[in-house]
Design a protein around this ligand. Sequence first.
Ligand SMILES: NC(=O)c1ccc[n+]([C@@H]2O[C@H](COP(=O)([O-])OP(=O)(O)OC[C@H]3O[C@@H](n4cnc5c(N)ncnc54)[C@H](OP(=O)(O)O)[C@@H]3O)[C@@H](O)[C@H]2O)c1
Length: 348
Amino acid sequence: MTLNRRGFLQGAGAAVAASSLSACGGYNTEATDGVPRSAFDEDSTAEEVTEGLDLKGKLAVVTGCTSGIGFETMRVLAMRGAYVVGTSRSLERAQAACNKVIGITSPVVLDLADPESVVRCADSIRSLNSAVDILVCNAGYRGGGNDIELVNGVEKHFAINHLGHFILVNRLLDRLVISWQGRIVIVASRTSYRDAPESGILFDDLDMQNDYSDAMAYGHSKLANVLFALELGRILRGSRITANALHPGVINTEIDRHQNSITQFAFGVLTRFGGKTVEQGAATSCFVATSKLLGSTSGRYFEDCNAVNVLGRNHLTNMPMADKLWLRSEELTADYLVTPRRPEAVIK
Ligand SMILES: NC(=O)c1ccc[n+]([C@@H]2O[C@H](COP(=O)([O-])OP(=O)(O)OC[C@H]3O[C@@H](n4cnc5c(N)ncnc54)[C@H](OP(=O)(O)O)[C@@H]3O)[C@@H](O)[C@H]2O)c1
């Protein structure tokens, strides 16, 4: 019997990293009908999935470009000719990341926990007076220590991973509209179905006072990422913008920086033997951002460079929940959104 990577992670994850970057659970996936299949898989790298593409003349934005998947995504998009704006909370770190990349890149500051910073970031990008062809919402926060933290009254993972990107997308949407084919790529995680609360988005408990663990809060925010792409896909139907979410794989990046050293060690071992490299980890982002196969694919969830349906109880395709999340997100970020807020009004 061969034990593939996923099988390995499901087994080993239970033993080693159950309380951290959870990789355990009894879920299976199947190919999504109506979406072209690619020949790429979990072993494909970002360079391989973009081979032969010429992205000259395209503007891409990659949030969280300073390490891990975001850095590799920026590197490969720039290598293929795109002009890439890479963001970080620190201009120095973003500049250092850009300096390491061959191609044209610009650093911009973005702190997703601070709505004013998101507005300034969007303004900087807008000042380029260009269409935005690719927006990769990659930056992510994963807490450690199981200490609940709030940002503007909302649980921190949800505020950073979802609401921050919600504002950014809103403020760049009209620039995506003027692209020949604007793509919004949202880096979620399979924790969106493995670790999110059973009832889905906690609309009545967004400060998570009733029950809290870092794993659940992270999964909750990643479910919000997938539902955001689902709702964008619905709302933007008929426009030239697509929006999709994805799980990049399990990769030894800095995402575990807030974990204790034992968990970090366990995660390092787990990913070394059963995870992806960073080059493979950026493949699904780069594929969804650029593949000609996906020109009209929207509102989907991808793993290993293909759209999948997740079998078993989950909320990834729960349209009423996605709609409600959109409305609640609008309420929570109203002071920072451009009007008209509803994309329907932007694309007409
Ligand atoms: N690694 C995995 O196994 C895995 C699995 C599933 C999903 N993901 C997702 O993949 C994405 C990339 O993660 P990664 O693994 O590459 O992690 P990483 O190495 O920790 O990179 C995260 C990036 O996000 C930025 N960031 C962190 N907090 C931020 C904030 N408050 N505002 C703006 N930017 C912030 C960081 O930049 P600065 O610190 O410079 O600001 C960094 O560039 C995340 O969304 C993560 O949830 C990762």
